[in-house]
Design a protein around this ligand. Structure first.
Ligand SMILES: [Fe+2]
Length: 222
């Protein structure tokens, strides 16, 4: 047996202490901090050398032929509703499905919900990620609907990830184990704060975004 240091995880403000999904009026200190423009670091001054941006743009044909076909058609994707109580059922049957979900989650340790909320909050900042990805040099989606295959991929990646957040949000809400108001405030702060773009180069984000769905695809198969 491995002996490691004892780790104490404090109960986050958004974990219901009773498992009953109460709405806490207490405000977490970190949520009271207001994010102002002056509190955000200045953007880096460097940019991608023109030659590197041009190389990236020259790969658009390759990306259209080899990357975009990897996108799974929407009709073949699972949707959040596939894993959630069916609201089209008669009220009593829907209530039964919700009750079963709550019974299944009632005994899960708080740590599970810490992870799930962290995942959900991360997914909910997708507007920030898409904006950042499609502003990099070599993509520069000025309209928000650029036909550049890199921009198309990033939008599809965003839509893919959005389903994960939708499923997590509804699952957590129905479980009654999480203070959703605190979670929603956190998401509102997060999206409102934006994200400093550390690099203008399209290379790193454009090759990490494709691996995101691949990771999820692996997870979904297990
Ligand atoms: Fe995801």
């Amino acid at each position: 047996m491995l002996a490691g240091p004892q780790v104490t995880i404090n109960r986050p403000a958004w974990i219901s202490s009773t498992g009953g999904g109460h709405r806490s009026s207490a405000r977490s200190p970190h949520l009271q901090r207001r994010v102002t423009p002056s509190a955000i670091a200045a953007p880096p001054k460097h940019s991608t050398p023109p030659a590197k941006a041009e190389i990236f743009r020259s790969l658009e044909g390759w990306a259209a032929d080899n990357v975009l076909p990897l996108l799974k058609p929407v009709e073949k994707c699972w949707q959040p509703q596939d894993f959630l109580p069916d609201p089209t059922l008669p009220a009593a049957e829907f209530a039964d499905e919700v009750r079963l979900l709550r019974e299944r989650t009632a005994e899960l340790p708080d740590e599970y919900f810490v992870v799930l909320v962290g995942d959900m909050v991360t997914e909910d900042a997708l507007p920030t990620y898409e904006t950042m990805l499609n502003r990099t040099d070599g993509i520069r989606d000025e309209t928000g609907s650029s036909p550049s295959p890199w921009a198309v991929w990033n939008r599809a990646w965003t839509a893919e990830e959005n389903r994960h957040g939708d499923l997590l949000r509804t699952f957590l809400y129905l479980s009654g184990r999480v203070d959703m108001v605190m979670v929603e405030r956190t998401v509102q702060y997060l999206i409102g704060a934006g994200m400093v773009k550390l690099r203008h180069s399209p290379y790193s984000p454009s090759f990490s975004a494709p691996f995101g769905p691949n990771q999820h695809a692996c997870l979904e198969q297990h």
